[in-house]
Write a protein that binds this ligand. Structure first.
Ligand SMILES: [Cu+2]
Length: 204
């Protein structure tokens, strides 16, 4: 049986992993997470806010406070909009938004950045960024290509109604280490502002 070095790293509790969006600020742990997902999930994320989603359902299953109707562990790791209201980004269509990701421990795989309708739990339109292979290779963060850690997305048009209210949509970075079989998610909250209609200064 062959176990890759990167897979072994996951099994060593002292080695914490693996990634999140650093900028703009991504959803943190807070009271709403504790209320909706339970203390076990909150503690798991607190102990390592970059860790993988697969660890969370078992933690939630042992916690009577976990409310599946309010806590979708596969969307933003269950992290709640109510805990991130101080960091809502205001964007307009066509705006180029720089994103900075921290890849604490790489696991080569696939990744994307997309806008998710949080009520429907569906991706809105096409992903804004896709890595169909070769995302986050190597053994430490310095092995990861720079453009996988710092890149930008362009805010799509047509979201002025659907994503007008913060919390209705989220920008989610999603990464799956194909060898390690671990999923990482991190979410930025935003609202789309309609473009300003310029009044004519005067009429002839
Ligand atoms: Cu790992």
């Amino acid at each position: 049986m062959h176990i890759s070095t990167s897979a072994l790293l996951c099994l060593i509790p002292a080695v914490l992993g693996h990634g999140l969006i650093q900028s703009p600020p991504s959803r943190p742990v807070g009271n709403a997470l504790v209320a909706d997902c339970g203390t076990n999930v909150a503690n798991a994320i607190k102990s390592d806010n970059t860790s993988y989603v697969e660890a969370l359902p078992p933690a939630a299953a042992r916690d009577s406070a976990y409310d599946a109707s309010k806590c979708n562990l596969w969307l933003c790791k269950g992290l709640q909009f109510a805990d991130n209201t101080a960091n809502v980004q205001t964007w307009t269509a066509g705006q180029v938004v720089p994103i900075k990701v921290w890849i604490r421990i790489p696991h080569e795989g696939i990744a994307n950045v997309s806008i998710v309708d949080t009520k429907m739990n569906t991706i809105v339109g096409e992903p804004l960024k896709v890595w169909s292979k070769g995302y986050a290779p190597g053994r430490s963060e310095k092995d990861v290509p720079a453009d996988q850690k710092e890149f930008s997305i362009t805010v799509p048009s047509g979201l002025e109604e659907k994503c007008a209210v913060a919390g209705d949509c989220v920008l989610q970075w999603w990464w799956f280490g194909t060898g390690a079989r671990q999923t990482y998610e991190s979410c930025v909250d935003f609202a789309i502002k309609a473009p300003e209609v310029k009044e004519r200064a005067f009429r002839a």
